[in-house]
Design a protein around this ligand. Structure first.
Ligand SMILES: C[S@@+](CC[C@H](N)C(=O)[O-])C[C@H]1O[C@@H](n2cnc3c(N)ncnc32)[C@H](O)[C@@H]1O
Length: 384
């Protein structure tokens, strides 16, 4: 073989070899590319898996929320149905109630008018009481040589007699024309005694439970101190007013007090309270129904210079005392009724009936004159 041919064959083999090597090289590089692509596809698939999982979770949450909303809607629908049923029932009841109200109004109106008639009648009677000549101080007979005041400032309007604030407005002013503002130091001490007994700031506190305003206490002391004779008290309770009266008798060094109460238990307390205070030796305690005791006293011909009425404040009990008072008082004697100024005054159905009882029993009797109010008390005097 010629060199030329040999070189040609060698050249051809070399070229073939080269082509083969290039082909293998090309195939290797395409495998690398495929590997890179596979890697990127794996990463993409992973991300898609994660996204799908997140979407699944979101869908589950939305399903749960939808279920909860369905449940809430069902509850609200049920509630609305119940309310609709309730409204329907109320709408059915309303005409019945309206009818009932109409019937009650029909019944109430005549009652209101009855109350108004009572009010009007009492008002006219009270007006007559206020217009009697006794309102004039100069016409009042002397008391134990003293000029006597009828205290017209305290002859409050009929309307104010029911006003629970009135007792505070009816301040104490003396009835007997003694020198100065107070009868003595003990009297003055009452005027500055603290309030607040039993938690009520308007009740005087001198160490014994009871229902006296300062103006009540001052008037009781004054009338007891200047009493023309012995004293009778109805309603001892725990001895508050009893102590004031006993002290006044001791201070003026005259007279005796009989105090009446129906309650055995509180009477024991009253005896203890009074026993340690001035004037206790002047006090007789009677445990009995007041009217029964008054009948005994009238039968015995007993007379008193001052009577303080503070037992049961009902109409009957007060009326029974008021019509007997003329037989128990000395001429010129005074009688003081507690709770004359009271919110129950114009309602004849109210348990308290001091004002109407006095209007019915004392007003028609010309021998009595009105001497004004002090606190919630009303003072009357027998003038002949
Ligand atoms: C308001 S308290 C008397 C208060 C007393 N004056 C004071 O200053 O504390 C009324 C009293 O009247 C008595 N009482 C009620 N009805 C009575 C009656 N028919 N006869 C006698 N006392 C009666 C009660 O037992 C009670 O103690």
């Amino acid at each position: 073989m010629s060199d030329f041919l040999k070189a040609k064959i060698k050249n051809r083999v070399y070229r073939w070899f080269r082509e083969e090597v290039d082909a293998v090289k090309a195939s290797i590089s395409s495998i690398d590319l495929l590997k890179v692509e596979a890697q990127s596809l794996r990463a993409e698939t992973g991300a898609l898996h994660a996204e799908t999982a997140a979407l699944h979770a979101e869908t589950a949450a939305l399903h749960a929320e939808t279920a909860a909303l369905h449940a809430e809607t069902a509850t609200l629908r049920a509630e609305a149905a119940t309310l609709r049923a309730e409204i329907a029932q109320l709408e059915n009841t309303m005409p019945i109630l309206r009818n009932e109200i109409g019937v009650l109004r029909f019944q109430i109106e005549p009652l209101q008018s009855k109350l108004y008639q009572n009010w009007l009648a009492s008002s006219q009677s009270y007006g007559r009481l206020l217009s009697v000549p006794g309102k004039d101080d100069d016409l009042a007979p002397l008391h134990k040589g003293y000029k006597v005041f009828t205290n017209s400032h305290s002859w409050i309007d009929f309307d104010q007699l029911t006003n629970s604030e009135s007792p505070d407005k009816v301040v104490y002013k003396k009835t007997i024309d003694f020198a100065g503002e107070f009868a003595n130091e003990q009297h003055r001490a009452l005027s500055v005694a603290p309030g607040g007994r039993m938690g009520l700031d308007y009740l005087i506190d001198i160490g014994i439970d009871g229902f006296l305003l300062t103006a009540d206490a001052l008037k009781i002391y004054e009338m007891a101190y200047f009493s023309d004779g012995n004293i009778l008290e109805l309603g001892t309770h725990k001895g508050l007013s009893t102590t004031i009266i006993a002290g006044a008798l001791e201070d003026s060094n005259h007279g005796l007090l009989e105090t009446i109460d129906i309650d055995v238990d509180t009477n024991e307390m009253a005896r203890n309270n009074v026993s340690t205070r001035p004037g206790s030796q002047r006090v007789t305690f009677t445990v009995k129904n007041a009217t029964d005791r008054l009948d005994e006293l009238v039968a015995d011909g007993r007379k008193f210079g001052f009577i303080f009425v503070d037992h049961w404040h009902g109409y009957d009990a007060t009326f029974e005392v008021a019509i007997r008072a003329i037989d128990l008082l000395v001429p010129g004697g005074f009688i003081l009724f507690h709770d004359f100024v009271n919110s129950g005054n114009f309602d004849r159905e109210h348990v308290y009936g001091v004002f109407p009882a006095i209007i019915d029993a004392i007003l028609p009797d010309d021998r009595f004159r009105f001497y004004g109010n002090s606190g919630c008390c009303a003072l009357f005097r027998v003038e002949s």
